[in-house]
Ligand binder design. Structure first.
Ligand SMILES: Cc1cc2nc3c(=O)[nH]c(=O)nc-3n(C[C@H](O)[C@H](O)[C@H](O)COP(=O)(O)O)c2cc1C
Length: 487
């Protein structure tokens, strides 16, 4: 299928709209296509002379790159029109290209409602897809004139219009924008199979972020602020950055009022973000006592938020430190995560394994107790506890130690496995539990040899609740200790 993309963005292939067009074609499995960059071509505005209709039929009097574009348009089976919305319409350069299609039509009237001109060439096999991003929070209501133009000129065409377009250029937000691009990709695949399904369309119509959050983020992103006299001046980069972060605050995950301080050592600036049930406020002066203080070079923090550096890894390497309430760090993604509020991951392999292991653990403990009460043979109980010790002990050396499965859910699920602090903490806890099972097994062995009364075996269960309390405490204490640089 001969395919061209007419890219109307002056940003070329780095454009937000082009990213969507490329995802659409990727999904459709079309890798062989030509990109016509209208902003880079010499396509003059139409002279309005009608020379292509009356003097040199089908040929424009202007000599520039448009002749080549017309040739490509004539030959194409699929044309993807990719462009940003400019003043509720297409960018000027693309409008010139669209106007200069006049030679593709004959001058006669078709007699249709509202008026029209017939095609000069048979392009009936050609399919058109319009892909566009715009800067407002929604595409809804903003594409009236684009719709009218393409409907009038091309009749039936497929379209993907997306608001909050600038977010596709923000690496920190890629978890959400990639999710949107995956809908676009699916739309591409479905388009060739007969049409975009209502389910995919729902994903395409969903806002990237709620209106309020997006508008706060957008306002903070320009790097300018109103001075006291109302004049707009350039804002400090680090302040802009902290404001953008605060704009991402997901108050649905509020747990208590918190003051988080960012102490940027390389530029000598301190800011505080106060999280409340209502919002996140940024302060640059009149700072109070903070609950959590993050001390870091600004460069490091910027790299982390761009995804160039893994936050937890950088923390372990001592590239920044955290003092005070460490729980803010463990809940960081819930507060400022760029993705949407995570949906319960019932279907993921990780959560299935977690509930299976949880179930097995409870069943194992219950079975052990039942065997003990029923006066089972000490050797049997020895074997059972030894099995647990081996199972937990071997897990210490695995990529995901077993207690990760029990505690990840508390901190945002499977993605915690990427956090080396979390996995290291759990490796230690898994080892502690393996030792506990080994001790239990040894007690049963001793009981067997010593012929002591077997009810004594029940005492082996006593350390378990203590270890449970220790586990809860250690899971908080150890990461905080690491954050202070004392691991
Ligand atoms: C001159 C100009 C006019 C714009 N007009 C609108 C507009 O009318 N409505 C809108 O929502 N966004 C508007 N925008 C924002 C762009 O549509 C938005 O930033 C888009 O994502 C840019 O996409 P691109 O990277 O593909 O060029 C305008 C931007 C510029 C530079």
């Amino acid at each position: 299928m001969s395919t061209i993309v007419i890219n109307g963005s002056p940003r070329g292939v780095k454009s937000n709209s082009f990213k969507l067009a490329a995802a659409f074609l990727d999904g459709a499995g079309i890798t062989d296509y030509e990109v016509v960059e209208s902003a880079k071509l010499d396509v003059k505005p139409c002279a309005g002379c009608f020379g292509c209709w009356k003097t040199t039929p089908g040929v424009c009097v202007l000599k520039d790159d448009m002749a080549g574009v017309l040739g490509k348009l004539k030959a194409a089976d699929l044309v993807v029109w990719a462009f940003p919305l400019y003043y509720f319409s297409v960018p000027g350069g693309l409008k010139n290209l669209i106007d200069r299609q006049l030679p593709m039509n004959l001058p006669f009237m078709t007699g249709e409602e509202g008026g029209g001109h017939p095609a000069r060439y048979d392009t009936s096999r050609r399919r058109n897809v319009v892909v566009s991003t715009c800067g407002f929070y929604t595409a809804e209501g903003n594409y009236t004139s684009v719709d009218a133009m393409f409907t009038k000129y091309y009749g039936d065409f497929e379209k993907i219009y997306c608001g909050q377009g600038e977010l596709f250029s923000v690496p920190q937000l890629s978890s959400r924008t990639d999710e949107y691009l995956s809908h676009v990709k699916r739309a591409g695949a479905e388009y060739l199979r007969g049409g975009i399904t209502p389910e995919t369309r729902r994903g395409l119509n969903e806002l990237l972020y709620p209106k309020d959050a997006f508008e706060k983020m957008a306002d903070a992103s320009w790097g300018v602020q109103k001075a006291e006299d109302g004049v707009v001046v350039k804002a400090d980069e680090s302040l802009t950055f902290v404001r953008q972060m605060a704009a991402l605050y997901n108050k649905a995950n509020y747990d208590k009022d918190r003051v988080i301080e960012m102490n940027f050592t390389d530029i000598g600036k301190r800011y505080q973000i106060t999280l409340t049930a209502e919002d996140a406020k940024v302060a640059e002066d009149n700072l109070t006592a903070a609950d959590t203080v993050i001390t870091t070079p600004f460069a490091v923090w910027k790299a982390i938020s761009k995804g160039e550096l893994q936050g937890s890894e950088a923390l372990m390497q001592g590239k920044y430190s955290v003092k005070g309430d460490f729980s803010a760090m463990l809940k960081w993604d819930e507060f400022f995560g760029a993705g949407k509020t995570p949906k319960p991951q019932e279907t993921s392999g990780f959560s299935k394994r977690a509930s299976l292991l949880n179930g097995a653990n409870i069943a194992g403990a219950a079975a052990g107790a039942a065997f003990l009460v029923s006066g089972a043979n000490d050797w049997f109980l020895f074997g059972l506890e030894l099995f647990f010790a081996a199972f937990w002990g071997s897990s210490v050396f695995k990529k995901v130690p077993i207690t990760c499965y029990f505690s990840a859910g508390k901190y945002g699920g499977e993605k915690m496995l990427q956090n080396p602090i979390f996995t290291r903490t759990n490796r230690i806890l898994t080892a502690c539990w393996a030792v506990e099972y080994l001790l239990m097994a040894s007690v049963f062995a001793v009981l067997e040899f010593s012929n002591a009364p077997s009810w004594l075996g029940s005492l082996t269960y006593l350390p378990a609740p203590i270890l449970g309390v220790f586990t809860a405490w250690f899971a908080k204490w150890y990461p905080a200790r690491m954050a202070r640089g004392r691991a």
